[in-house]
Design a protein around this ligand. Structure first.
Ligand SMILES: [Zn+2]
Length: 263
C-alpha cells in the first residue's frame, strides 16, 4: 500500500463528516459519454453547447427534448459501477454527503443516500413557463432513440412546455442544492473529489471551499488535476479501482458484511 493510500485511509477513517464530490469521470466509467469527445450517430452534427441553452429550447423545443430523451436512454442502459457502489456503501455507515455534478441517477441506483445534484437531474423535468417541477411525472417508455425531434410534454398546471430539469449553459445552479452543498462542504473534515476536472464553475469551487474551511481534500482522477497544497492529496487512477479499494481498507475490523439499509 502506498503511503498516500495509507494517509487517505486514515484521514477518511477518522473523519466525522465526509463529502464525496463527483463529476463526469465517474459516469464515464459506466459508459456515459462526457461530450468532450465528438458525437456519433444522429447527433454527430449537433453541438451540445448549442442544444443546452434556453435559447435553443425557445427555437426548437422538440429538438432539445429529443436530445435529452436520447441522453436519458443512454443513462438507462448504463449501470452504476464499482465506484458508485463503494460510495453508496460509505453513505450507509458514515456521515457522508454526496455532491454530484452529474445529471444521471447512478449514485441513487447504487443506493447512495443524501445525494445533491448541483446541475439538476434528467429525471425531474420542469416547466419552461412557470418553472414548477410536476409532482407526478413519468417518462413514456420505451424511448425511440432514432426519433431526433420529440415534442415535449405539457405542464399539468399551466400547459407550458416541460423542459429538462438540468442546468443549461448560462443558467445559475439550483439555489437549494447549492446552499446544501456549501453547508456540507464547509462542515466536512474530508472531501473526496472524484472524476472531476475542476473546470466547470461555480461547482469547481467546492474543493477550494473545503480547503479554506480547514478540511483535507483528496483528488481521485486518471490524471493529476492539481498541484496539491499542504492539505491536499492526489490518487491517480481509475475511480472504479481506487474508491472500492479505499472503502475495503476502511471496513470494520469485524469483517462483517455491510448491508444496504431498508428504505
Ligand atoms: Zn407550468
Amino acid at each position: 500500500m502506498s503511503s498516500t493510500v495509507e494517509a487517505v485511509v486514515s484521514l477518511v477513517g477518522g473523519a466525522k463528516r465526509i463529502v464525496v464530490f463527483t463529476g463526469a469521470g465517474i459516469s464515464a466509467e459506466s459508459g456515459i459519454p462526457t461530450f468532450r469527445d465528438p458525437l456519433t450517430g444522429i447527433w454527430a452534427r449537433q453541438d451540445p453547447e448549442k442544444l443546452e441553452t434556453a435559447n435553443a429550447f425557445r427555437e426548437d423545443a422538440a429538438l432539445v427534448w429529443g436530445w435529452y430523451l436520447w441522453r436519458r436512454a443512454q443513462v438507462a442502459q448504463a449501470v452504476p459501477n464499482a465506484a458508485h457502489q463503494a460510495i453508496a456503501q460509505l453513505t450507509w455507515t458514515r456521515d457522508v454527503t454526496v455532491i454530484t455534478q452529474n445529471i444521471d441517477d447512478l449514485h441513487e441506483r447504487a443506493g447512495a443516500v443524501d445525494v445533491i445534484h448541483l446541475h439538476g437531474s434528467l429525471e425531474q423535468p420542469k416547466c419552461f413557463a412557470c418553472h414548477r417541477t410536476p409532482t407526478a411525472f413519468s417518462f413514456e417508455e420505451p424511448i425511440a432513440s432514432e426519433d431526433m425531434r420529440i415534442e415535449p410534454p405539457r405542464c399539468p398546471r399551466c400547459r407550458g412546455k416541460l423542459r429538462p430539469g438540468v442546468v443549461w449553459f448560462g443558467e445559475e445552479l439550483p439555489a437549494v442544492a447549492w446552499k446544501k452543498a456549501v453547508l456540507a462542504t464547509k462542515n466536512c473534515d474530508v472531501l473526496l473529489s472524484i472524476g472531476t476536472s475542476g473546470v466547470v464553475f461555480p461547482a469547481a469551487e467546492i474543493p477550494t471551499m473545503a480547503l479554506r474551511a480547514g478540511a483535507y481534500v483528496v483528488h481521485i482522477n486518471p490524471v493529476q488535476v492539481v498541484q496539491p497544497s499542504c492539505r491536499e492529496l492526489c490518487l491517480v487512477g481509475r475511480a472504479t479501482e481506487i474508491v472500492p479499494a479505499l472503502v475495503f481498507l476502511m471496513r470494520p475490523s469485524t469483517g462483517a458484511q455491510v448491508e444496504r439499509p431498508v428504505p
